[in-house]
Write a protein that binds this ligand. Structure first.
Ligand SMILES: [Zn+2]
Length: 262
């Protein structure tokens, strides 16, 4: 009987000592408690971790970004490096093919930096696919002969479930030497790579309309006008010269903005 009691006491000592230990290590009354609040927090975090181990899966290293071409309904998994950091062979060729002109099917070399930026953008929004509206455009369908689209330097796209205003801000604050075009009344953002400094423009036109460039794009963002302004539809034939809209500011903007076909 006595032995059993000792055994119980020993077991109790090893199994149930936690509250006692915590009490013993807490500071004496009057001593300022500086570090102790961290401990319960840690425990809570640990408990949360063990409670749902599968939900917050970390994105795999160098994992793929899913691209979807809305005008040709094609999907491509873009991955620049494998899990061990080795370059994925043939990806540039596949990307060139994926971004080929969707009017003429002509393929053109796409700038490797544009491919990297699109990949990086996809990685910034894990689990969301990139929806491409237009990549390369053959000169015969590009109204503007200087369009970066006709040189394989530009892509119009959106990120599934992300506001184009958020995508616009992400691209502008993250990348250098890029052109970013914002179309408040359309559903995509334009991105191009360039050698000199970055450019930004806003085109207020809606799908199928002529371009309506803002002369003061940065000011429009600050004032909120960029996301409030909706153009009134006026037939271009009614205006004197038939253009109906302001010219592109300093030639940065593309004049042959593409539209998504239904
Ligand atoms: Zn574009």
């Amino acid at each position: 009987m006595f032995k059993l009691a000792v055994l119980f006491a020993v077991v109790a000592f090893f199994v149930l000592p936690l509250p006692g230990v915590v009490a013993a290590t807490s500071p004496a009354p009057g001593v300022p408690q500086v570090a102790s609040p961290a401990a319960p927090e840690k425990t809570a975090k640990k408990a949360a971790k063990t409670a749902r181990p599968t939900k917050q899966k970390k994105a795999p290293k160098n994992g793929p970004v899913v691209l979807y071409h809305v005008n040709r309904r094609e999907t491509m998994a873009l991955r620049l490096r494998d899990a061990r950091g080795r370059q994925v062979p043939g990806m540039q060729k596949r990307f060139d093919h994926f971004l080929r002109c969707h009017y003429t099917n002509v393929q053109h070399k796409i700038d490797p930096r544009l491919m990297r930026l699109i990949y990086q953008t996809g990685r910034h929004y894990p689990g969301r696919r990139i929806e491409v509206v237009s990549g390369y455009r053959h000169p015969t369908v590009a109204k503007n002969p200087h369009s970066p689209h006709s040189k394989g330097l530009a892509c119009d796209f959106r990120v599934e479930g992300v506001k184009t205003a958020d995508l616009r801000d992400y691209l502008r604050r993250t990348y250098e030497k890029v052109g970013v075009g914002y179309y408040p009344n359309s559903t995509f953002v334009h991105l191009d790579v360039r050698k000199d400094r970055s450019a930004f423009w806003i085109d207020y036109s809606g799908p199928g309309d002529r371009a309506m460039y803002s002369p003061t794009p940065d000011q429009d963002l600050r004032s909120g006008r960029a996301d409030r302004y909706h153009p009134t539809k006026i037939d271009n034939a009614w205006t004197e010269d038939g253009s109906g809209t302001a010219p592109a500011p300093d030639g940065d903007a593309e004049q042959d903005k593409d539209q998504e076909t239904p």
